[in-house]
Every structure is written in structure tokens, then in C-alpha cells.
Design a protein around this ligand. Sequence first.
Ligand code: GLU
Length: 484
Amino acid sequence: MKDKKTRVRFAPSPSGELHIGNARTALFNWLFARHRNGTFVLRVEDTDEARSDIVFQNNLYEDLKWLGLDWDEGPVKNGAYGPYRQSERLDIYKRHLISLMEKNLVYPCYCAQEELEEERQNLILSKRMPRYMGKCRNLTDAEKNKKKNEGRVPSFRFKIEPQVIEFEDIIRGTVRFESEAIGDFIIMRSNGMPAYNFAVVIDDHLMDITHVIRGEDHLSNTALQLLLYRAFGYNPPVFAHHSLIFGKDRTKLSKRHGSVSVGEFRKKGILPEALLNYLGILGTSYPNAQELLSREELIKHFSIERASKSGAVFDEDKLLWLNAIYIRNTETRDLLLKLLPFIESAGYDISGVDEKWLIEIIDLVKTDLVILSDIGNHLDIFLDDKYKLTNEAKEIIKNDENSNVVRLFMEYLKNNNAEAGMLYSDALKYVKRQTNKKGKDLFMPIRAALTGKTTGPQLDKIFSILGKDAALKRLNNYFLQTTA
Ligand code: GLU
């Protein structure tokens, strides 16, 4: 095992949007593989036909690609260990079922759902661990035939003998389970589909997976899987069960806590680099308490042992903080490309707008963006003639002295021409001379009139981008809106 090339896998069930908890599992596996120059396999566990949907599968690929978690083998890409969708591997599972039947480790179970439920309820009532008590374990051939003739189609159960199951987990150390609590479990359903624990062992073995890195919610599954490894005579991989993500109330992160899927964050305007960085630092710590880590740094410093044992609490504010930094650090031209869909969905048609001019705008406002969709609140200054005034901006003009500042500023603009930057500073000097106002008393009325807001980017820069004509139009509009 020592010299075996590292092979890890991410094995999602495509029954919903990619949850950030699963994205974190994918990231851990990907980082582990990249750190060791190993192979990252994507395997789609789609044997639950009722819940798996091709739409979720396609979204899964998109989300992983968006995050930059490229897989070396898997659907779309293929590889020497395929197929990588479990629904395409059914004959493999059947073969393996037969091999266990031949070893007398499996038996058909004809119990109906209602019978199983009744057994479960009775065990709960008598304060015993609910599990399958082995009703079909010792059926005679005649009994089996009778059930078959009743039209019952069996599932197949794996026989468990009393024992202690123990394994070493890289994150958790020694983990122990008593088989008593388990009961003979189903490995093949009556519809011919393999159960998760069965398929996963066969696939991990056949795909030469060296390390299984997944959430701690799978710890008890690992116990069952180890029994199957033993039954097949396979060497198990190394296991690492990382902590899960919790909400601030310490319950498992779910829709109740707000956005939880990668798609939701993407639609809001979180950058993939920011989400990746956030998931990479969540629940672990890096040398010197470093929090801002590039993809390369995450790979370089990754250590699965460091992934914390206790649950990681999701802190959206921290993600937003990181996102704002990544936005600020994105080259403006690239940022514009990322912003285009958000500009469009904010209702702006910029098809005829000069790109250089747009870049000037983005350059000016990008430090105010926390998420990409914030751009919708920053463009009216430049792109809307009929921008809305905030209440604060409306209040300012009610004061005659403020209104006079704006009138004088307009008057100067109307009567003079110069390059925008110069015109702006000359106009300010003029108003200053006429009114003796300075500082906030001078800037705030002009800002309110020009932008409709009382906060925003630097006024001289806004003016330069707007230019004289657009500025005059907006100032007129301001008076129209406030006197109407
Ligand atoms: N399909 C399982 C899941 O999505 C995979 C768990 C595993 O990694 O074995 O939870």
C-alpha cells in the first residue's frame, strides 16, 4: 500500500443541488489528491432511481467546474476504471452478489415493508435497538418457494456475526462499533439496485481507491463496509471522516439557515475562489492564522489530519468578507465579465455602452461590492437618468442653503467649458467663493443631487466619468424630482 499512487474519490448522490457540506468533502478530496500528485475520481452514486435526476447531475458537473475542482476520472471525462456512474455498473454488483451468495454470506429476505416497520416499532417499544432480527435468515427451501409463489420478490441481506469492528481513522483515531447494534443489512434491493454500502465497497475496491475522505455522518456506514471488505477478502482503503458544517445554532447546516447550495451562492454573486478559500479554512487552521489562501496555497498546505474533529460553524459574514476581498483583487476587465449577468438581471441594457467607460465605472465601485449582485445598486449613478432619490438625499435639498449650493454649481457648469476634472474643481471653487461653504456642507448637496444618494464613491471621479452633459441632466432631474 505504501507506494501505491494516491487515488481518492468524491461520490455524490445526485438527488439535489450540491450542498456546501458536500462541496467541502469534494474540496478535501481534491486538495488531498493535488497535494500528493494523486488522482481525483468523480463517481456518481445514482442508484436511487426515484431521487436521482439528470438535472442534478448536470448541475453537479457545472458546480464542480465552477469551483475549479476538476476531476481526473469520472463521467464526461472517463478513464480506465469506468463506468463512473453506478447506474451503469449494475452487472458488476450482481456478479459480486453472486460471489457472496456462493460463500453463504448472503440470504434472500422476503419481508414486506410493513412487516419490517412493525418489527422496528416493537423493538423501539421494548426499548431495544431497532434492527433486522433475522426472520428470513434460516428459511428452508420450501419456505422460500412458498414466498416466491406468493409473488414476493426478495431483497438480499448480508449475514452479520457478533463481533467488534474497529478501524483507524486519520482524523478520529481508533473507532469501534459493536456489530450487535447492526443486524443483517440489505445489500441488494428487491428492484435489483445495490444498496449504498454494497456498491461503494465494490467500487472503491475496483477503482483502486487508497483513501476514503468523507463526512462523519458516514462513520457507522464504514463499520458495515469493513465487514464487506472482509467478506470479499479485499484490503480496505484508509478512512478519514471529517466534521460536518453546522449553523450558528449548532444544528446541521440546512435550508433553515439560509443559502446552503453551491448554486445559491453562485447566483448571489459569490466568487468561486472566495467560496473555495472559505471552505478550505472552515474548521481548520493554517500556519500563522492565515485566512486568505489561494488555490495553490490551499494545495500546498493541505493536511487532512488538520481537518478539525469538532463541527465547523458556518459563518456567512466571513464568506462575504473574503468575497469582497476577492472582488477587489480581481482585475477590473475580468470582473466586468463576471458582472455582466448581474448587470443584466438588475435591468440594465449595456449592449451599446462603451466598454472602456464601463471599466472606469467598475474600477470606481468595485471596492463597494461585497457580492457581485451588489452591482445593481451602484450603476444608477452612471446609467440611469431617472434614478431614484433616497429619502436622505431628498431631505438635503429641503434646506435652502443646500439647494443654493446645487444651483450655483449648475450655473457654473452651464456657463463654462473645460475638461471634466478641471470643470468640476473650478465649479466647486466658484460655489465656495459664492457661499463660503466648505467640507460636507459643500459636497453633500452636490453628491445628493448628482447621485441621488448621500454615500458613494469619490465625487470627483464620479463627475469625471459622467462628464458635463450627463451631470447637468442629472442635476436638472434632481430639481424636477424634489420640487414635483
Ligand atoms: N453517495 C454517498 C453520499 O453522497 C457517498 C458517501 C461516500 O463518500 O461514501 O453521501
